[in-house]
Design a protein around this ligand. Structure first.
Ligand code: IDP
Ligand code: MG
Length: 168
């Protein structure tokens, strides 16, 4: 990720587990429904480390850049109208294999197909109101973090309980 230091000690670990970052958005439905705390709590409790956080109003330009891959899809206009309709919380989470961990915690794109125990399976009904975004690859994460955060807004710090979450 642009501006992020490398991790000489924890970058590449035994078993080839890789420290990754994932961009998570708590979409306007999450903010409007008062689920910000609940959703952050679920990701915190999973053990993910919070390294970036802001509340912002996504504008048309940012929405277009973030969802550019979907520009030709029938749901694109509705998606952009929705994400720009009310404030969004942007988060950066870090962990070994953070991309897949976040997506597991989120559930499937369609809440109706998401298992209970996941954010979308427990708290959502409709694919157009599925509460959260999570990066789908390390490359997407890098691109998306750079859209939402300045390099200095993604922090590097030690967490004292890490040895109780990850065997190093
Ligand atoms: P993801 O959020 O699970 O990665 P994507 O396929 O990347 O899913 O789609 C981005 C977002 O577009 C979804 O989270 C959802 O809000 C919206 N979306 C995707 N497919 C549909 C659809 O068929 N109808 C309405 N909205 C959709
Ligand atoms: Mg996606």
């Amino acid at each position: 990720v642009r501006g992020s230091p490398t991790y000489p000690r924890r970058g590449l670990k035994e078993g080839c587990q890789l420290v990754q970052k994932s961009l998570v958005l708590l979409k306007p439905d999450a903010v409007q429904r008062g689920l910000v705390g609940e959703l952050i709590s679920r990701l915190e409790r999973r053990g993910l480390k919070l390294v970036g956080m802001k509340l912002l109003q996504v504008d048309e330009a940012l929405a277009g850049r973030h969802y550019g891959e979907h520009v030709d899809r029938s749901f694109y206009r509705g998606l952009v109208d929705f994400i720009t309709s009310s404030p969004t919380v942007a988060l950066v989470w870090e962990a070994d294999n953070a991309i897949i961990l976040v997506r597991q915690t989120m559930g499937e794109t369609d809440p109706g197909k998401s298992p209970t125990g996941t954010i979308r399976g427990d708290l959502g009904i409709n694919i157009g109101r599925n509460l959260v975004h999570g990066s789908d690859s390390p490359e997407s994460a890098q691109r998306e973090i750079d859209l939402f955060f300045q390099p200095q807004e993604v922090l590097v710090y030690e967490r004292n309980l890490d040895p109780w979450i990850t065997e190093s």
